[in-house]
Design a protein around this ligand. Structure first.
Ligand code: H79
Length: 422
């Protein structure tokens, strides 16, 4: 069952032949860290004393801030508390296997040392360091894959980029010229200066044509054949599909897909957004995504000082603690054989099914309808002794006798071993 509502027309899902080995690491990873970091972290949701509604990184657009007023933010950007080792270590401890950071968001500011423009973090800020270079080195050191978010269509700073109609005349824009003379030279920098790049995460394709999307895909693959291209390059192209922001499909999808998600209600830091999802919600969303065959790309929005907000840190570490015990049921797994139950999700790999019990039934009788495979043994993943649970085949269900109380309040994982591989 394909839930077409979750995956936009513009999000591309036809590419990436299901068996493409370039995606092997990505299919194993299942959980990544998204980082939205840029000049918008300075206003942090407030402009000229007014709260600007909506997602923080959209403040320039939402408040129609002229380029000449937004640009000077760069002179104030000095994230002296930025520590690449700490960020990468947080991802690692959270159990995230890859990290995607904004190299250039819609505001057009380059967060790396670009030679194509002076509107970048090294040339235009007192900070003067290249955080992307520092993160690349740390990712290498700590074994985390690195990818770059790059806004290929919207650029509210560039006169020929899409989206800024308050400074520029949309009808006078040379978008094709912007792609050839700005986007591609920047992609070349990103793909030749920072070692192996695992993903280029394009976004909001909008006016880009099929030919232009294809030429970006080819350009990336020409420079780094193993680099994956996110489906938001547009026009159904790219190596894997991207759902709508914060959207998990209703059913499992037989394609490579990813849900990008916020941990509160914004991507870029907003000082008054305290609407944090609980660890339980985050664990259950991760499990929900993986049980439907997808990846979960969970965002943090660091401050203008370079600090990942403490509520994000605490929540990521809580997910990491759960994964320390239960990672076997996530990494290298895909959609399980049981779908559509409200209290339970299933992930699977050859020979094993993992039942993720989100709401433990009173008494501990786990009655799972529709499980056909021969189960040779069942045990709780959190049980170090791996003591066998009683399993009985009922006419329409498998009855597993669990303990009266759940071993984990958020998701107790029951492992079903089967000789038949299902
Ligand atoms: O990078 C993050 C977002 O900035 C980006 N995608 C994720 C990964 C994104 N781009 N566009 N959108 C999300 C849709 C945004 C719509 C809105 Fe708005 C922005 C709603 C409110 C602010 C545009 C401007 C529509 C209304 C006002």
């Amino acid at each position: 069952m394909v839930d077409q509502n979750a995956i936009r027309e513009s999000s591309g899902q036809r590419a990436g032949a299901r068996g493409d080995p370039r995606l092997d690491w990505w299919r194993d990873a299942r959980f990544g860290m998204f980082i939205h970091w840029g000049l918008y972290a300075i206003p942090a949701g407030e402009w000229k004393g007014e709260q600007i509604p909506g997602i923080g990184e959209w403040i320039m657009h939402r408040a129609r801030i002229p380029v000449r007023e937004y640009e000077p933010l760069a002179a104030r950007f000095n994230p002296v508390r930025f520590d690449a080792a700490e960020w990468v270590s947080l991802a690692r401890r959270a159990g995230q296997k890859y990290l995607i950071i904004t190299s250039k968001h819609h505001d057009g500011f380059s967060m790396y040392d670009s030679k194509v423009t002076d509107y970048d973090i090294v040339d235009a800020t007192p900070f003067g360091r290249d955080p992307i270079r520092e993160l690349a080195a740390e990712c290498q050191r700590q074994g985390i894959r690195l990818g770059f978010y790059y806004s290929q269509t919207q650029d509210w700073h560039h006169p020929d980029g899409d989206g800024n109609d308050w400074d520029y005349d949309e009808s006078a824009k040379d978008f094709a010229g912007y792609l050839e003379r700005y986007v591609k030279p920047q992609l070349r920098e990103l793909l030749t200066s920072y070692g192996p790049v695992s993903v280029i995460w394009f976004d909001t394709p909008r006016r880009i044509t099929t030919e232009q999307s294809q030429s970006l895909v080819d350009f990336v693959h020409h420079l780094q054949p193993a680099c994956l291209v996110c489906g938001r390059v547009g026009n159904h192209l790219g190596d894997y599909a991207s759902t709508r922001d914060n959207t998990i499909p209703a059913d499992s999808l037989d394609l490579d897909w990813e849900t990008p998600a916020t941990i509160n209600d914004t991507w870029g830091y907003k000082k008054n957004d305290h609407h944090w999802k609980s660890p339980r919600e985050l664990i259950q969303k991760l499990v929900d995504v993986v049980s439907k065959g997808g990846n979960y790309l969970l965002n943090v929005g660091p401050t203008a000082e370079g600090v990942i907000p403490q509520p994000s840190v605490e929540r990521l570490l809580a997910v990491g603690t759960w994964l320390e015990t239960n990672g076997e049921s996530i990494y290298g797994t895909g959609a399980g054989p049981v779908q559509g139950l409200h209290w339970c999700r299933a992930t699977a790999k050859p020979g094993r099914t993992y039942l993720h019990v989100l709401d433990w039934p009173v008494g501990g009788d786990l009655r799972v309808p529709g499980l056909r495979s021969k189960v040779s043994r069942a045990y709780l993943l959190a049980d170090p002794a791996r003591g066998s649970l009683s399993v009985t085949a009922e006419p329409d269900a498998l009855l597993i006798k669990g303990p009266a109380r759940p071993p984990d309040p958020d998701d107790s994982v029951v492992v079903l071993e089967s000789a038949a591989g299902g």
